[in-house]
Write a protein that binds this ligand. Structure first.
Ligand SMILES: [Ca+2]
Length: 385
């Protein structure tokens, strides 16, 4: 039901609020966010905290709309779908992502090189993120960010705290950038522009990489390139270190205890070898601790990979091992298309060695590798734009 398109003068609304509550149900009782006590409390709190004038915030919120589509899209399906790595991967490694990536690489070669020099993050990884996020600026979302974040902040209790923080950040960003808070557009989860940063991430990690004196994620790929590289470096990217390698399991190996150690790398090479994990090549690279990543597809043997520190850093962008692996494999495909080399330490298409069977225990119990959602999640998971 469309609820907030009604624009009724405040006095009339106050008189009629009880009637409207009965008529429309409590979630739809307010034509205007600013008629709500929880919203005024929020406005007073963020004004006081940040020294902002409350009047323009009220004015902006009175023009914002409740977006039922945003709630539909962000609400997880009641029945959890079957995880399929192959299906997920196919969304990001097709023609549009590869050709678009090569074109973007050619167009911004100098800026990508400059970003690598400054932040240590190679071009293909930056492009991998740009490709998975927005197909290089082609699909940035069409949701008005102010209405989106107001809807999520005030009418989506499961993540209200996160989105109230992002709404506050949006007002601060608009102040910083001298922009109308209603002028931002992006995903149904409030992510903005080429790199799909949330407002708090723009304020914390965005850089003006083309030096024109402002951050422009709507039109400027160069600011996005520098900002993604800075984001990854700030989250611990290690220049020149591996991201992930494919491995196999010795017969009888139970991967579940290894997977349950979590997505943050904590397993030493000796622990991994002792537990039955084997590289496809001669030896495990000397690259520190790793996590075991399982990529399952119904009807197909589960792929196992070791994710190193840099794999974990990619999951700080979006807290999902499928997401990080898609970025990594798109990056590898772009590197291979460009100069025929690979950034995967072990080739993913080894023959019989890849045919490891998941143990019965692994099939019985399959924890998600995505870290639990946290209040400070910098980029909430997105299903679609
Ligand atoms: Ca700029």
């Amino acid at each position: 039901m469309e609820c907030r398109i009604l624009k009724i003068p405040g006095s009339l609304l106050r008189l009629g609020v009880a009637f409207l509550t009965l008529a429309l149900g409590s979630a739809c009782a307010y034509a205007d966010f600013t008629e709500r006590e929880d919203v005024s409390a929020f406005v007073e709190e963020i004004s006081a905290r940040n020294g902002l004038d409350a009047a323009p915030i009220y004015a902006a919120l009175s023009r914002a709309s409740y977006l039922p589509r945003v709630i539909d899209l962000i609400t997880p399906p009641s029945k959890r779908g079957v995880r399929s790595w192959h299906r997920y991967r196919s969304r990001f490694l097709g023609h549009a992502h590869i050709e678009g990536g090569l074109k973007t690489w050619a167009q911004y070669e100098n800026e990508l090189r400059r970003a690598e020099k400054q932040y240590g993050v190679p071009p293909e990884i930056i492009l991998g993120i740009l490709g998975v996020e927005t197909i290089y600026g082609r699909n940035m979302g069409t949701f008005e960010t102010l209405s989106t974040l107001a809807t999520l902040a005030f009418d989506y209790p499961p993540r209200a705290e996160l989105f109230r923080g992002e709404l506050e950040s949006l007002f601060l960003l608009a102040r910083d950038q001298n922009r109308d808070p209603a002028s931002y557009v992006g995903s149904f989860a409030g992510a903005i522009g080429w790199p799909q940063f949330l407002p708090s991430s723009i304020r914390r990690y965005a850089v003006d990489f083309n030096g024109d004196g402002r951050i422009d994620f709507d039109n400027d790929a160069v600011d996005a390139i520098g900002s993604i590289a800075n984001y990854l470096r700030e989250h611990g990217w290690v220049a020149g270190a591996p991201v992930a390698i494919r491995v196999r399991l010795l017969p009888g190996t139970d991967p579940v205890p290894l997977i349950e150690t979590g997505i943050e790398p904590s397993l030493s090479p000796a622990q991994l070898l002792g537990a039955g994990i084997r590289p496809l090549t001669d030896s495990l690279p000397d690259a520190g601790e790793a996590t075991l990543v399982d990529l399952e597809t119904p009807g197909v043997d589960t792929e196992y990979w070791l994710g190193y520190r840099n794999f974990y850093v990619i999951t700080r962008y979006n807290r999902s091992s499928f997401y990080a692996m898609a970025v990594f494999q798109l990056a590898d495909a772009l590197r291979a298309s460009r100069d025929g080399s690979s950034i995967v330490a072990a080739p993913p298409k080894a023959k019989s060695a890849t045919k490891s069977k998941a143990s019965p225990a692994a099939k019985a119990k399959k924890p998600s590798k995505a870290a639990p959602r946290k209040k400070q999640a910098s980029q909430p998971a997105r299903r679609k734009k």
